[in-house]
Design a protein around this ligand. Sequence first.
Ligand SMILES: Nc1ncnc2c1ncn2[C@@H]1O[C@H](COP(=O)(O)OP(=O)(O)O)[C@@H](O)[C@H]1O
Ligand SMILES: [Mg+2]
Length: 329
Amino acid sequence: MRKEDLKSLIVDELANCGFSTSGDVQLIGPLHERPYGMIYQLKIANAPFPFAVKVCRYPTRDEPNIKFSKRQYADLERFYNVLKNDPVHRVSQPICLLEDHAVVVMEWAVGRSAVEYLLDWHCSGKCIEDKIRKAALLLKQLHEKCFQSLDYPTVECQLEKIDQLLKSGKNQKNYLYRFNEQLKLLAPEVRKTKIPFVYIHGDYQPSNIIFSKDKVYAIDVTYSRVEAANIDVVTLLNTLSRIFLLPKGFRLLPIKNRIFNAFYKEYYGDNYKQSLFVLTWMMLQDQLRFYLENAGSNSRSLKNFYFDISQRRLMTGLLKELNSNVGTN
Ligand SMILES: Nc1ncnc2c1ncn2[C@@H]1O[C@H](COP(=O)(O)OP(=O)(O)O)[C@@H](O)[C@H]1O
Ligand SMILES: [Mg+2]
């Protein structure tokens, strides 16, 4: 669809929804292009906020993915509604769905993302700790309000996935098998304690957390589903760990424990240590999966070499922590 046509379609729909569309209208972008869609920003002179416009399409053919857009809109509505009365913690407001064109229009959360703060050398360790604490509180609110049940963690399908990746034969390093064996060994212990299952955000990584002046927003609820709440925690903390191992994130590596403890305390409360065994098991499993899915070929490039040693270091650290937490759950 032409950009001008997209713009007038959205403007008509916004007018139907009661938004004033008089004045200057700008459709900016696409700002982000992905195989499964594009993001634009729409600015209207008299509107209370800018709008984010997500055009969903199939990755393999250039056709609108209506099912995907409907699901995203419904997920957005659910999360937005549960936090509606919270003055600080927000999910960007769904505005309208142009179903035939698979276009989702929502509030544009104005501010800086957690990843921008992490990579900003002017932002001190204390500032990062504060942001992570806020991100923990937003996640806690979201999970508490989307609680479904207490249940035993499912470990089988995750382990199966790792087995398949190992079998695919791209990565034959012995230590990967050792991590997998340890995960299997401790799996029965992980299955012993019930944990909360909720509607998870599904992609709670720093680029999807936005801080405005007095609010914290979660965006991009594309992968929401009912799952162990810990999955969102794993996504955030493992992404942080990986950022700390990049040259641009090195400065935060010495205070990693401080940052993680701030998260744990805010999210799990003062007795957070009880939750760490199951969480660390899931973190190691997720990290191993990440490694197997993203490791380069066996070429001896410097990039591959660094990826290997840094990821191995991360997994070794997680395994050590996991063993030290056995029996605390
Ligand atoms: N509602 C929104 N408010 C602010 N920024 C947004 C919003 N939706 C998308 N963006 C911007 O576009 C980027 C990509 O959009 P996102 O929905 O996260 O898709 P994905 O990460 O799957 O590509 C985000 O990281 C953010 O910078
Ligand atoms: Mg995103």
